[in-house]
Design a protein around this ligand. Structure first.
Ligand code: C2E
Ligand code: CA
Ligand code: CA
Ligand code: CA
Length: 407
């Protein structure tokens, strides 16, 4: 049982001990104090809704003060492992702030100060040299933070300087290989590095919420290019089969904004693009992070007529229960399963299962990453409606897309 009940006056822990637990105070009050020359120096009082003993757990140092219950207390213990796990999963910038603050806290309670720390002008020198808290694990965080900060700053500049481009990759009807639509895939035309692929910056953008502005850019760019693609398709009706669609990738942060459906809806209204031509691609992981918010935003988009595709299906922590709650119109089988389907029976089985599942819910499947004609044939035979992959075309800039569509 994690609950600890203490009577008023009982010791919780002693200064200098190694600390294996922190304690959430459910009820009562506790005092933190130091013993100096036989005198108790009070440091702080903590009450219900607060925590004691967190410091030793956070930096693995000895207890910096003693604690005792000053009223009858109910405490819940938090183990080192529980804290470490949470800290480990925190953003490196937060961990860095944290390490510096921890060092300050330790200094603040390290009373009395050793001789000689009070300068002649009366200022008190820190008891710890600058940089002394800089442990190897914080160094690693520090480097990760520098990378993320630099990329974030560069991304901010890239948005201002309009350095992003949308590449378009065709999606075809597997039966006829006629064009069905495109997926918009972002590229960063970096002034020095050249073309940067999304895996190098989308994760950073997602960690910083810059992704919201990037998605806004993608949406407005779709408003600009979609009419051009439609016009090009009109010149070559034999190459397409039914109205073309355009898929964009959307992140959890986008869906968390209540304004998202309206933002996209406004683009569609002002450009006159039919909502049914736009598909939002989301991943299982995106949805699982905030299922309620994501479902709400997606339902609004769906009601407005847009399509919703689950991307990379089969790679996330899928719970089939959310499939029935989300307004999904398409499943996209991840490239991972297609890649080795001809030689790996288990991959083929997974694809078969996804196709059967999609059939049950009555929605079509897009297979990603088709590179070989034999893969396309096998998927068509298995009843997969759509295909995407180098076999049918790589992602290319708009001009090339228009030329190919007209041809
Ligand atoms: P994704 O949504 O799964 O996109 C498919 C990725 O597979 C694309 O990589 C595409 O170029 C690649 N691909 C397509 N066919 C083949 C094939 O036959 N063989 C191989 N080896 N690869 C193929 P890309 O363009 O590098 O994009 C990577 C990921 O970045 C995307 O994965 C998507 O998650 C993300 N992303 C791209 N554009 C955006 C965007 O505008 N917004 C957001 N939030 N994410 C984006
Ligand atoms: Ca996608
Ligand atoms: Ca995908
Ligand atoms: Ca993928």
């Amino acid at each position: 049982n994690a609950y600890v009940t203490l009577s008023a006056g009982a010791a919780i822990f002693e200064e200098g001990e190694p600390g294996a637990f922190a304690y959430l105070i459910v009820a009562g009050r506790a005092a933190l104090f130091l013993r100096r020359d036989g005198v108790e120096v009070s440091v702080a009082e903590r009450a219900a809704g607060e925590i004691v003993g967190e410091m030793a757990l956070l930096d693995a140092g000895p207890r910096s003060a003693s604690a005792r219950a000053i009223e009858d207390c109910i405490l819940v213990s938090v183990s080192e492992e529980q804290i470490r796990h949470r800290l480990h999963n925190a953003d490196p910038i937060l961990r860095l702030c944290f390490g510096v603050i921890m060092a300050c806290c330790r200094d603040a309670v390290a009373l009395p100060r050793p001789n000689g720390t009070v300068a002649p002008n009366g200022t008190v020198a820190p008891t710890r040299a600058a940089g002394a808290h800089f442990t190897p694990s914080l160094k690693a965080d520090f480097e990760a933070s520098i990378d993320a900060m630099m990329t974030e700053r560069a991304l901010r500049l890239a948005l201002n300087r309009n350095e992003f481009e949308l590449y378009l990759q065709p999606i075809v009807h597997l039966g006829t290989e006629a064009l069905a639509g495109f997926e918009a895939l972002i590229r960063w035309r970096h002034p020095e590095k050249g073309l940067v692929h999304p895996m190098a910056f989308i994760p950073v953008a997602e960690a910083s919420e810059l992704i919201v502005e990037i998605t806004q850019w993608v949406v407005s760019e779709v408003g600009r290019i979609m009419p051009e693609i439609m016009r090009a398709a009109l010149q070559n009706p034999a190459a397409t089969d039914g109205p073309l669609f355009l898929s964009i990738n959307v992140s959890g942060h986008d869906l968390a904004r209540a304004s998202f459906p309206e933002m996209v809806g406004e683009m569609l209204r002002s450009t006159g693009i039919a909502p049914s031509t736009l598909k939002l691609e989301i991943t299982e992981t995106t949805v699982m992070r905030d299922p309620v918010g994501a479902t709400e935003a997606l339902s609004q988009c769906r009601e407005a007529g847009m399509g919703v595709a689950i991307d990379d299906f089969g790679t996330g922590y899928s719970s089939l229960s959310y499939l029935s709650k989300l307004p999904i119109t398409t499943l996209k089988v991840d490239r991972e399963f297609v890649r080795a389907m001809l030689t790996t029976p288990s991959n083929r089985k997974i694809i078969q299962t996804i196709l059967r599942l999609a059939d049950e819910i009555g929605i079509p499947v897009v297979a990603e990453g088709i590179e070989e004609p034999a893969e396309a044939d096998a998927l068509a035979e298995m009843g997969c409606a759509y295909g995407q992959g180098y076999r049918f075309g790589r992602p290319v800039p708009l001009a090339e897309t228009l030329a190919l569509t007209k041809a």
